[in-house]
Ligand binder design. Structure first.
Ligand SMILES: Cc1cc2nc3c(=O)[nH]c(=O)nc-3n(C[C@H](O)[C@H](O)[C@H](O)COP(=O)(O)OP(=O)(O)OC[C@H]3O[C@@H](n4cnc5c(N)ncnc54)[C@H](O)[C@@H]3O)c2cc1C
Ligand code: FES
Ligand code: FES
Length: 486
């Protein structure tokens, strides 16, 4: 296995590309998007928002997982270049093939043309890459799956109807493409790129460290306690693209395989901190349906293909969407340093606005979520301006257990109502032991004012937040009644 110093290697245009950051004067936090656009043949990847919201920069990454190439649509504007080490980068320019002066379009490109799926064309490469990733991963996607795959791409002029039709059309006559034919060659190249040695990049005054094992990661965090951990980079990426920060010291944990493990032991889901949200979403659909529901309205497919659960917990944002769900499930956070491991209940882990109890030499290695008791009724709600690809104004997850018609236990966890995710403890205490009916819920609703004093910001006024939180309690009652009727 080769050792890499100041350099990374990946596949682009079917060949191995090597970048030596120091020699080429490149910053290790250069985004994949900017790198691609600096090349003569890759300007089809567009820059729109630069923050993961428009999908114009969508490319597909091919990754070797269990001897199979898995294709994922991602926003290249949020990816630091070293994150693509050992992967295949596929851009819009790679889709068509060229033979003796003739261009043969990929079936996805042809379907978009046939269905008039492009007007100004700015969004088109991004849409085609999202449809292409779906084409590589599915055989007969449902309408819901297609909509879900396109939710991370914005189009201002063609509109979605033609693009949805094009996607349906391409699956009707699905055939093998040149990527399938070339897979054995690409697999061999990817296998040759694998390494288990830490990659160290020092360039333009920045130090970027990329471990591959947990042990390496913990040693690095001990040596460099001030290093910024970057996992999916869907939060950290914005520090560079929007705030123009120069990050001096980074530990990139996106390829630490042990952190991606997802397994169920007894009645507990152990989710590695580095597991990608889209993979978690598919794994827990049956056992943790409320987490599945929340992840379905989390960002977009491109975001979920990169973002991790450890990143959502680690950022401790007051509007982190998985947090109320983890509170309502009594989840725990596993922290580790070189010497020991400790397991902390999620409510004790978060201490304030984007603050946690994590020590500088520790990393989050996993989140443990108990499978809910069959007597618990758990429900999550996300209130945002639009359903897809929007952050929450208010989010909530409630866990209710009844004894007969009385409340035995209740957890009311809210996001967007305080500086961090919090339970409405006064309201919970009032409801405990009471009959779960409209009268008592109506009486409990004003108590939410004693639990929270939300702020007004660009997303909503404090009055709206308060009203939404109270009404969600009533919604829970209506949803429990509906469940009983069923
Ligand atoms: C377009 C867009 C849409 C989004 N939509 C949503 C949404 O709907 N809901 C929502 O909640 N969020 C959303 N986000 C925010 C973001 O995607 C999530 O917070 C995501 O879970 C972050 O995960 P990550 O792996 O990308 O974290 P990173 O950006 O890599 O890291 C985030 C923070 O966590 C720390 N961290 C990460 N992993 C660890 C670890 N193992 N140990 C210790 N610290 C760690 C990092 O140091 C950093 O401070 C969105 C972001 C974008 C750009
Ligand atoms: S440029 Fe808009 S998502 Fe990347
Ligand atoms: S074709 Fe113009 S933005 Fe989609």
């Amino acid at each position: 296995m080769p050792a890499y110093k100041n350099s990374i290697r990946f596949i682009l245009d079917g060949k191995i590309t090597e970048i030596d950051f120091e020699k080429e004067g490149l910053s290790p936090t250069q985004t994949l998007l900017h790198y691609l656009r600096s090349l003569p043949g890759h300007k089809g990847t567009k820059e729109g928002c630069g923050e993961g919201d428009c999908g114009a920069c969508t490319v597909v990454l091919g990754e070797l997982i269990n001897d199979k190439i898995v294709y994922k649509a991602v926003d290249s504007c949020l990816i630091f270049l070293p994150m693509v080490h050992g992967k295949q980068v596929i851009t819009i320019e790679n889709l068509a093939t060229h033979k003796t002066g003739k261009t043969i379009l990929h079936p996805v490109q042809q379907a978009v043309i046939d269905e008039n799926g492009s007007q100004c064309g700015f969004c088109t490469p991004g849409f085609i890459m999202s449809i292409f990733a779906l084409y590589k991963n599915e055989t007969k996607p449902s309408a819901e799956l297609i909509r879900n795959a396109l939710a991370g791409n914005l189009c201002r002029c063609t509109g979605y109807h033609a693009l949805l039709k094009a996607t349906q059309k391409v699956f009707k006559e699905k055939k093998e493409d040149h990527f399938s034919k070339n897979e054995p060659k690409v697999k061999a190249l990817l296998t040759g790129l694998a390494t288990k040695d830490v990659i160290t990049i020092e360039s333009r005054g920045q130090r970027y460290l990329k471990p591959f094992t947990c042990q390496q990661l913990l040693e690095l965090k001990k040596t460099f306690p001030d290093a910024l951990i970057v996992s999916g980079s869907t939060d950290c990426g914005l520090k560079v693209t929007k705030k123009h920060e120069v990050l001096p010291l980074i530990i990139d944990i996106s390829d630490v395989a042990q952190l991606s493990v997802i397994k169920k032991t007894k009645n507990i889901w152990h989710i590695g901190a580095g597991a990608k949200l889209e993979i978690i979403r598919n794994a827990v659909k049956k056992d943790l349906p409320v987490l599945y529901d929340m992840l379905t309205v989390f960002g977009s497919k491109q975001i979920r293909n990169m973002a991790t659960l450890g990143g959502n917990v680690g950022s401790a944002s007051p509007i982190g969407d998985t947090l109320p769900v983890l509170f309502a499930h009594n989840a725990t956070v596993v922290l580790q340093n070189t010497k020991a491991e400790r397991e902390i209940p999620i409510a004790g882990f978060i201490t304030g606005y984007r603050q946690t109890i994590i020590n500088k030499d520790e990393v989050i290695t996993a989140i443990r979520i108990p499978v809910p008791d069959k007597n618990s009724f758990i429900k999550s709600y996300k209130i945002s301006k639009r359903k897809d690809l929007d952050i929450s104004t208010v989010s909530a997850c409630f866990n209710l257990e009844l004894n007969g018609d009385k409340v035995k236990q209740i957890i009311l966890a809210f996001g967007g109502m305080a500086a961090c995710t919090q339970r409405a403890l006064k309201t919970e205490n009032f409801l405990k032991g009471k009959v779960w009916n409209e009268k008592n819920v109506q009486t409990a609703m004003p108590l939410i004012e004693k639990d929270f004093s939300p702020i007004s910001d660009a997303r909503a006024g404090k009055e709206m937040r308060m009203m939404a939180a109270k009404n969600l309690l009533m919604k829970l009652l209506l949803d429990t009644n509906e469940k009983q009727i069923k």
